[in-house]
Write a protein that binds this ligand. Sequence first.
Ligand SMILES: *Cc1c(COP(=O)(O)O)cnc(C)c1O
Length: 391
Amino acid sequence: MEKQIPLSVPNLDIEIVDNLRECIETGWVSTGGRFIAEFEQKVAKYVGIDDAVSAQSGTAGLHVALRILGVKSGDEVIVPALTFIAAVNPVKYLGAEPVFMDCDDSLCMDADKLERFCQEECSFDGTKLINKKTGRAVKAVVVVHIFGNLANMEKIMDVAHQFGLKVLEDATEALGSYFKEGRYKGKFSGTIADMGVYSFNANKIITTGGGGMIVSQNQQYLDQARYLTITAKGTSPEEALFFIHGEVGYNYRMLNLQAALGVSQMDKLEQFIETKVMNHNKYKEELKNAEGIQLLPFKQDIRSNHWFYSLYIDNERFGEGRDELMYRLLENGIQCRPVWKLICTLDPYIGSQSYEIEKAVDYADHILNVPCSTSLSVEDVKYVCDRIKNR
Ligand SMILES: *Cc1c(COP(=O)(O)O)cnc(C)c1O
């Protein structure tokens, strides 16, 4: 059997079993238990804020956050066309409609187009931004920090303030990324806009099997998030005892079992980022003379977590199409994936409005994501690159 190299797999310490054993021995396996608060505090401290609220998944976190930011049925939310569908679905869960936006060369939302859309396609009366085409109110923007890069937050926040929009950072792929320069110097992904969300799904930089975390600088938002994720049950002794629920909430709180993995994984995060950076550099070195293949860089003015590695395949210059290359690597035991299909081209979103989607179309056709697990050695990277180059 040939060597198998997975795309992105968890890197778990066997010592985690001690934490799980504690959960099982004490019976704290559900949405109560010491690891939940400990994990929330650990994440908050790491990203430099006071508090954080755990969730069952990143998707659940995004759903709750959008609701807290005031998105309601009939509203519109500006979202990226090039992203994972979980960044967009919560808009629909709330009965709102997405408007799809293009990306720039960082693969994140094009802030200039966002501004142009607000200026030219909408009317603004000082409080409400109305989409001229649909007559609906545009309430919020979901910004995704794709693959660990960071979006142009200065411009996006300026546009948002100018047009009264709330901003939700989908930082599910970018835990650990922060700005090194500019207005947001030292600020971590997720902590810049109104709210932010991380994910601990199995393929993310750290994992709890599945899970998410809601962050914000606004404690009221976080209090609301904590309330909504426990079925909006009151927390006073009497409210708790008599099942007094003040709203239609969700059963979205993280399990102690998940958090037990999380507290241990957080200790590894910086080490994982180091490995990710090292392996990305190795890809760069190995592929620097490969005609028609470009390893997409991360921005220079940020400390990126280097979560996912993307190759841009110029079919003609490389002499093999992106999909052909992918199938060839798969046959060789090297797991790789095309970047997502544009969400605006998928059945559930086919009728939604899109604004000048251009770059995203090109990237969607040419990007191949290649193995990036933190268990990958530099020899593994060389092996992958040799297979890429030697047809
Ligand atoms: C992983 C991911 C999510 C969702 O996270 P889950 O924890 O799997 O629900 C949302 N948005 C993006 C961009 C992601 O990559």
